[in-house]
Ligand binder design. Structure first.
Ligand code: DC
Length: 227
């Protein structure tokens, strides 16, 4: 029986984290925790309740009253907030930009940190985000840091949004990716950062299948070591 590992996948937006963590979790039959979706959900609820992104007290209360869980439906991961499926509503460009602001509030980060640790502590999880290997689970069994150029990441996001029927402009999408990178790396609290012991995978020139293969080799070696 293999040990149930905690796998951290960090990196900037559009580096392929979501696709790869889902694929890895599927392959290993692990739970996949998309921490970006959790921050997005807080931003969506703040937007709906017209809470200012600087109002720490109101955000703290919002998080305390929020129930967030992940479910799998027909092979698809859905995020349920206060019993409502918000998986699509959290993906608009407006919510993306608001999330970068909301994610720098200490009360929001504290609440999400607690929740993420609770969800992941038993192992058998793939957590994807920005600060998993550095803050949430600094002693994770395996840490990956995925990267790709801003142009490539913008192009991927542009295609994703277009496929969903959302009207977008490519140059604007690349600019949004760059602006989110800036907000994610410049914030003082849990910024986007590569852990010293993370394995870096640059996906600019690689396919999803190539990257998944690389990751599986590392995970399988770790599982064998941990038996
Ligand atoms: O991965 P994503 O694009 O869904 O993330 C949405 C936003 O949430 C992004 O601005 C970074 C932020 N985020 C964060 O601050 N910490 C995490 N662990 C995950 C996401």
């Amino acid at each position: 029986m293999y040990k149930k590992l905690i796998i951290a996948i960090d990196g900037p937006s559009g580096a392929g984290k979501s696709t790869l963590s889902k694929a890895l979790a599927d392959k290993l039959e692990y739970l996949n925790i998309d921490t970006g979706a959790m921050y997005r959900s807080v931003a969506l609820m703040a937007q709906r309740q017209k809470i200012d992104s600087h109002d720490e007290q109101a955000l703290k209360k919002l998080c305390a009253d929020l129930s967030i869980r992940f479910v799998r439906e027909k092979g698809q991961e859905r995020i349920i907030v206060n019993e409502v499926d918000v998986s699509d509503a959290i993906r608009t460009p407006e919510v993306s930009l608001l999330t970068a602001k909301i994610a720098s509030c200490s009360s929001v980060r504290e609440a999400m940190l607690d929740l993420q640790r609770q969800m992941g502590q038993e192992g058998g999880v793939v957590l994807e985000g920005r600060d998993i290997g550095t803050v949430v689970f600094p002693s994770a069994d395996v840490k990956f840091f995925l990267s790709a150029t801003a142009e490539q990441r913008g192009l991927r996001r542009y295609k994703e949004l277009k496929e969903k029927g959302i009207k977008v402009d490519l140059q604007q999408t690349i600019a949004d990716v760059e602006s989110r990178d800036k907000a994610d790396t410049a914030r003082t609290l849990a910024p986007l950062m590569q852990a010293d012991d993370a394995i870096v995978v640059d996906s600019t020139q690689l396919t999803i299948v190539d990257v998944l293969q690389k990751m599986l080799v590392v995970v399988e070696a770790k599982q064998a070591e941990a038996v």
